[in-house]
Design a protein around this ligand. Structure first.
Ligand code: CP3
Length: 356
């Protein structure tokens, strides 16, 4: 796939700690229900998975936030749960209840029955969406591909959906660690193929979402989450179309593990809002770039208050490249799009001072 020359590469440059004119910004979950035009597209498509499976719809909703805001990256419209769905678990969404699976993975036999996902035959709709979006972007900004981390995917597969206490997946982890490792291993191999296929189709950076790594104990995080993300990072294509493809590792709640994460080979670490970004930068030094980390709930406050918070985070990171501004987690569905605009504008206006 040949891509048009990039007109705005400050996101890729910041991930590699190369000089930029201002701090780049995108928002986790930037395409979604807080936008009325997203809700209209979803109504047209019928349901969420139809939106993901139709490349034209996926492309349209990817572009929606870029039309409203001065963002420096687009993110593929899809979901992390496409992998378990492609493994035969039957993903569906019940209104107001989040994702669910028809089949759950609980036993050694269940795990033994799983095979590495076949990206070409079962996830072609995702790589199709990537190439459709790349064409549409036409070099405007880079496109981010993504996947869930093996641990985070496993939580959904074993629990059968979202969970508060992770009862079943933690039982598997503590009572039958070998079975847990087998599941995580097949997921890691699947994620490697999946992300490499997204890179081949046009993704210019990738992010691994480890939403639930922070639910693990200190030792278990390293053994059951980080180890498999490390395996993925090692298996990823490092370059495509003559350019580096940076990898961002985001574990929510990982403030205490940044030093070990920085050894993973990832180019950047995503931070949630519970970590002080100045402290994070001091701890990881020059090893990796940082992405984050405004509390998404700040968007419920006034534009003036949002601007103050942006100023505080920019000042806290300080001078120089290596910072990609973002929220510390996905934008809430009740966020006001005008406040999201105030957030992005504040980064655009206030950040050049830190790149002189
Ligand atoms: O704009 C983007 O960032 C791209 C799209 C994207 C979606 N999901 C679309 C989506 C991305 C990057 C994801 C990742 C994702 N999905 C994660 C990791 C990031 C995170 O937020 O922690 C997780 C844990 C999921 C699993 C998932 N998908 C849940 C828990 C839910 C339901 C609850 C919710 O937050 O909406 C989904 C559905 C989903 N994925 C929606 C969207 C826009 C809402 C579906 C709808 O239209 O009703």
């Amino acid at each position: 796939m040949i891509l048009a020359e990039l007109q705005n590469d400050r996101f890729l440059r910041a991930l590699l700690k190369q000089p930029v004119d201002r701090t780049p910004i995108w928002m986790m979950r930037q395409a979604g229900r807080y936008l009325p035009e997203y809700r209209a597209s979803r109504a047209d498509a019928g349901d969420f998975m139809s939106l993901c499976k139709n490349a034209d719809f996926a492309c349209e909703v990817t572009m929606q936030p870029l039309r409203r805001f001065d963002l420096d990256a687009a993110i593929l419209f899809s979901d992390i749960l496409t992998i378990p769905d492609a493994m035969g678990l039957g993903l569906y969404f019940e209104t107001g209840e989040g994702p669910k699976f028809e089949k759950v993975i609980r036993t050694e036999k269940d795990v033994a029955g799983l095979q590495k996902v076949n990206v070409a035959s079962d996830l072609g709709y995702v790589t199709n969406a990537v190439s459709t979006i790349s064409n549409e972007l036409n070099g405007k900004v880079p496109l981010i591909g993504f996947s869930g981390s093996p641990w985070t995917l496993a939580t959904y597969m074993v629990e059968g959906g979202s969970s508060k206490d992770f009862r079943h997946v933690k039982e598997m982890m503590y009572a039958t660690p070998d079975v847990m490792h087998q599941l995580l291993d097949v997921l890691a191999d699947s994620v490697i193929d999946y992300l490499n296929a997204q890179i081949d189709a046009g993704a210019q950076a990738v992010q691994i979402f480890d939403t639930w790594g922070g639910a693990l104990s200190h030792d278990c995080y390293k053994e059951f989450s980080l180890a498999y993300m490390n395996k993925i990072v090692k298996g990823l294509k490092k370059e495509a179309r003559g350019r580096k493809v940076p990898c961002i590792m985001f574990t929510k709640g990982a403030g205490q593990w940044l030093e070990v994460m920085a050894e993973s080979g990832a180019d950047a670490l995503g931070l949630d809002w519970t970590t002080d970004i100045a402290n994070a930068r001091a701890r990881i030094g020059d090893k990796v770039a940082l992405q984050g980390n405004m509390d998404p709930s700040v968007l419920y406050a006034s534009p003036a208050r949002i601007r103050d918070e942006v100023a505080k985070i920019l000042k806290s990171y300080g001078n120089g490249s290596g910072h990609v501004f973002n929220l510390g987690h996905g934008i809430h569905q009740f966020a006001n799009p005008d406040h999201a605009k105030a957030f992005v504008d504040a980064v655009v206006e206030l950040s050049p001072a830190y790149h002189k």
